[in-house]
Design a protein around this ligand. Structure first.
Ligand code: GLU
Length: 550
C-alpha cells in the first residue's frame, strides 16, 4: 500500500494542502532587511525577567528594521496553561509599552492576517503538514507503548549506546504500510514520528546571530511530531507556524539550541527557507556564595515582571537596564547621548553576550534613581498617582486631594542641575515624604532622630523662639539663614560655623545643631531635603502644631 493511502487513513479529515496555506499566508511585502519575529510563550500568565528581556530585544529589532513583532501563544502543553494566562502576559508587557503588531490580544481574540495565533486553534493546519510528511515518506505512525520505549532505553543504557528512538531501535519505522493501516483501523493509538534522514556522524552548522557559527551533529532521532491525542509538540508546531507566519528571525532562549538540528531538518524536509536563529543567553544572578545561577521564578522575587509594577519602578528605567544587559555598548552610548532615548539606539545582535547576562537588581535601582532624579515633578507625580491607585489607595487619596502641594514637595531640589536623588521607585516616595502630610504625621509611629540636643525643654525653647521671633514665611533664602543665625546666637550657640570650629568649647553648640532641632521637630528625621523649602511648604499652623507632638 502506498504512503498516500496511509496518509489518508491517518488524517481522513484533512481537505486542504500545503499550497492552500501558502496562498492564504503569502510572503510579507516588506523591505528585505525587515525583521519579522515573535514572542511565543506558553499561556502561563507570568512573564519572567528573561522573557521580558527577549521581548524587548524582539520588539526593538522589529521596530528598528520596519518589521513585525507578533505574539503567538504556544498552548499545546496543557500543564503549562493557566486560566487567563494570555491576558496576564499581555498586561505585564503593556506596562513596558511592548505592544504587538499582530497576534493574540486576549483569551479568545486576535489581530493580524497570519493567524490563528493560538496553537490549539491550528490543529487542522498541523495535520495538513503532517499528512504531507507521511505522503512523502518523511514521517510514520508509531504504536510503541511506554513499556516498549522503556525497554529500548534499558537496552541502550546497558550497551552504553546513545539514547533515543533512531536507526535500528526505531521499531515502527520498519512496519509495512499494510500493518500500519490495519493497526490504525483497529483503533490502536499512535503518535506521528519523523523519519529522520540525518546522519549523526555528519555536522550541521547553525549560523546563530548571537553565537556565530555553531556546529552540532545532524539529527537522526525519529522524534515525536504529533502526540496520540493529535496535538503537535513544540518542535513541529513552531516550524509550521514560523514558516506560515513568515518569521525571519527565531529569537528564543539558548535551551532550544540543541534541538535546532531537528528544526532545521524539518524546515529542509518541507523545502522551506530556514529562518535566522538568535539564541539568547540566560539571565543569571550571582548567589550569596558567589556562584552563578539562572534567575529563578521560585527564589527571586525580581524574576517576575509583576515585581516592578508592585515596587513602582518606572518602566522606562527597567527598559534602560534591560538594554544595558542586552547590548554591551548601550551604557557607553547613553552616557554620550544624554539627550537621546532608547528609540534612537541601534540594537545589534553581535553586541549580545552569548554566555548570558548577569542580573543585578542593585544596578537596576541605581539606574532608576538617576532616571527619577531627572524627571519633572509633574511626571513623578503622575507616575506616583498611577502606582498608588493600585498599591496604596490611601496615599492615592491624599496626593489626589493635595495635588499641587504634592507636586511642590516632589519638586524640592528637582529640576535643577544636580537634582536630589531621593527615590528609586514610586513605593520609596511615601516613606520619604510622609511627614509633609498632617494626616500621616498624626498616625505614623514617630521616632524622633534628635542627636546633639535631646533635652525636651531645650528643644521647645529653641523651636518656639525661632518660630515666634525669627521665622517669616516670605523671607528669601539668604535672609532666612541670617535669621536662623541670629536666633542661634540669642540662644548662646555659635551662628558662625568657622568661629565654632575654631573654638568649639566657647559655645553650647552651633547653627547646625539649631537647624537640626527644627528639622527633627518638623519631620522627625535628621536628614531631609532642604529645610528652607520644607518650612515654606508647611503652613504656620502645621509648623506650630508639631512642637506639641514631641
Ligand atoms: N514556547 C516556547 C517557550 O516558551 C517558545 C520558544 C520559541 O520562541 O520558539 O520556550
Amino acid at each position: 500500500m502506498t504512503n498516500k493511502e496511509l496518509a489518508e487513513v491517518m488524517y481522513p479529515n484533512v481537505t486542504k494542502t500545503i499550497e492552500d496555506y501558502e496562498k492564504m499566508y503569502p510572503k510579507r511585502d516588506l523591505d528585505p532587511k525587515a525583521v519579522v519575529t515573535r514572542f511565543a510563550p506558553s499561556p502561563t500568565g507570568f512573564v519572567h525577567m528573561g522573557s521580558l528581556c527577549s521581548t524587548f530585544v524582539g520588539y526593538k529589532v522589529a521596530k528598528q528594521t520596519g518589521g513585525v513583532y507578533y505574539l503567538r501563544i504556544e498552548d499545546t502543553d496543557q500543564k503549562r496553561s493557566v486560566e487567563n494566562g494570555i491576558a496576564g502576559i499581555i498586561n505585564d508587557l503593556k506596562q513596558f509599552n511592548i505592544e504587538f503588531d499582530e497576534g493574540a490580544t486576549g483569551e479568545d481574540s486576535e489581530v493580524g492576517n497570519y493567524g490563528p495565533y493560538i496553537q490549539t486553534k491550528r490543529i487542522e493546519i498541523y495535520q495538513t503538514f503532517a499528512k504531507w510528511l507521511v505522503e512523502h515518506d518523511y514521517a510514520y505512525p508509531c504504536f510503541c507503548k511506554p513499556e516498549e520505549l522503556e525497554a529500548i532505553r534499558t537496552h541502550q543504557e546497558h550497551y552504553k549506546e546513545r539514547i533515543g528512538y533512531y536507526g535500528r531501535h526505531a521499531k515502527c519505522r520498519y512496519l509495512s504500510n499494510e500493518e500500519r493501516i490495519e493497526r490504525i483501523k483497529n483503533g490502536e493509538p499512535f503518535v506521528l514520528r519523523l523519519k529522520s534522514t540525518g546522519d549523526f556522524e555528519k555536522k550541521v552548522v547553525i549560523n546563530d546571530l548571537v553565537r556565530g557559527k555553531v556546529e552540532y551533529p545532524e539529527n537522526d532521532i525519529d522524534h515525536v511530531l504529533i502526540k496520540s491525542d493529535g496535538i503537535p509538540v513544540y518542535h513541529f508546531a513552531h516550524v509550521v507556524d514560523d514558516h506560515l507566519m513568515r518569521t525571519t528571525h527565531i529569537l528564543r532562549g539558548e535551551e532550544w539550541m540543541p534541538s535546532t538540528p531537528l528544526h532545521i531538518e524539518l524546515f529542509q524536509k518541507f523545502g522551506f527557507e530556514v529562518p535566522n536563529y538568535c539564541h539568547l543567553g540566560l539571565v543569571m544572578k550571582i548567589d550569596e556564595d558567589g556562584s552563578r545561577r539562572k534567575l529563578s521564578k521560585r527564589k527571586d522575587p525580581e524574576a517576575a515582571v509583576s515585581y516592578y509594577a508592585e515596587k513602582g519602578i518606572p518602566s522606562e528605567a527597567v527598559k534602560l537596564y534591560l538594554m544595558t544587559i542586552a547590548n554591551s555598548n548601550f551604557e557607553g552610548w547613553m552616557d554620550q547621548n544624554k539627550d537621546k532615548t532608547i528609540d534612537d539606539f541601534t540594537f545589534d545582535f553581535k553586541k549580545m553576550s552569548a554566555s548570558g547576562s548577569l542580573f543585578d537588581i542593585e544596578k537596576l535601582y541605581n539606574i532608576s534613581k538617576n532616571y527619577m532624579a531627572n524627571m519633572k515633578a509633574v511626571d513623578v507625580y503622575a507616575g506616583l498617582k498611577n502606582w498608588a491607585e493600585t498599591y496604596d489607595p490611601e496615599f492615592w487619596q491624599l496626593i489626589t486631594k493635595y495635588q499641587d502641594y504634592t507636586i511642590a514637595i516632589l519638586n524640592i531640589e528637582r529640576e535643577q542641575k544636580k537634582p536630589r536623588k531621593d527615590f528609586d521607585c514610586y513605593s520609596s516616595i511615601k516613606p520619604t515624604i510622609w511627614y509633609m502630610y498632617d494626616e500621616l504625621f498624626a498616625k505614623m509611629e514617630k521616632n524622633y532622630e534628635f542627636q546633639k540636643i535631646t533635652d525636651k525643654e531645650e528643644i521647645r525653647k529653641i523651636f518656639n523662639l525661632y518660630i515666634e521671633k525669627y521665622y517669616h514665611k516670605d523671607d528669601d533664602k539668604e535672609t532666612w539663614f541670617n535669621n536662623l543665625k541670629a536666633c542661634t546666637e540669642e540662644l548662646g550657640y555659635a551662628g558662625d560655623m568657622k568661629a565654632y570650629k575654631e573654638n568649639p568649647d566657647n559655645y553650647k553648640g552651633s547653627v547646625a545643631d539649631i537647624s537640626q532641632v527644627i528639622r527633627v521637630v518638623l519631620t522627625t528625621k535628621c536628614t531631609t531635603p532642604d529645610l528652607y523649602e520644607i518650612l515654606k511648604l508647611l503652613s504656620d499652623e502645621q509648623i506650630k502644631a508639631r512642637i506639641e507632638l514631641i
